[in-house]
Design a protein. Sequence first.
Length: 311
Amino acid sequence: MKNIIFPNSLKKGDKIAIISPAGAVQKKQLESSLTLIELHNYIPVLGKYIFNNFDHGYNYAGTEKERLSDLNWALNAPEVSAVWATRGGYGCQHLLGKIKLNQFKKNPKWYIGYSDNTVIHSYLLKNGFATINGQTLKTSSFGVSAESYDDIFKILKGKFPTYNITKNKFNKTGNCEGELVGGNLALIYALLGTKFSFNFKDKILFIEEIGENFYALDRMMMSLDLAGVFKKIKGLIVGGMINMGKEENNNNYEESFDEMAYQIISERISKYKFPALFGFPNGHIFENKPIIIGSNISLKVGNVNEVKYLK
């Protein structure tokens, strides 16, 4: 088993590269989060193409070449100590075959983001590096809790949080330990069968989703099942499921943990014996607590529902 490398903790005055690897973003959407970085005594350094706009069937933050240029600069610049994505959306998959890690391997740094950034997490993990699946610098229309950012800064300073989770009726009891993989379900699904897919053997899988029809959610779960993912994993953590189905037909449309979505997931994993924790506060939701992809964790589901990082 490959030893996963954890980047060094940040020090006061360290620089954090800010990039837009997927969807377009406006400067005003980042003002509060960039100020927050400065309040924590770090220096945000903006990528050259961070506010570019390239309309090509989707509103990208620049062409593939421009977005790739910023990503490779951020990952390899010796003066940079962490990389923080402005947002997700769509576009990170374009970059996978052209990412350079020559200098990154000599000076690993935390990569922070979620949603479409799941594919970057998978890429870096396959190369042996841990990353932070956490809130981007642009927040959703429903906002994000202060703790969601606070916990990211704790990780950057070397303090890994333990999460105690409220009991959920869909939970499957049990305990396990293993390496944490995953992120946004649609991107996990999109990488299946490619060389960039997560390795699921003996792993604990995390999934979250937003804005999918229930049949599409079921299709993704079926694909994971047919690909043998659920035969391989040790445990499952289910995060936010929000804006699912049709708003006019779903009374839980704006709820963080959609009940129908949870029921579909629960049914698809019912034949497997691994523990499953539902209601973890990570995803496209107000309480978007960061998780460390590539970390070794302890998962407890039962009277105590806990996710704890292991040394």
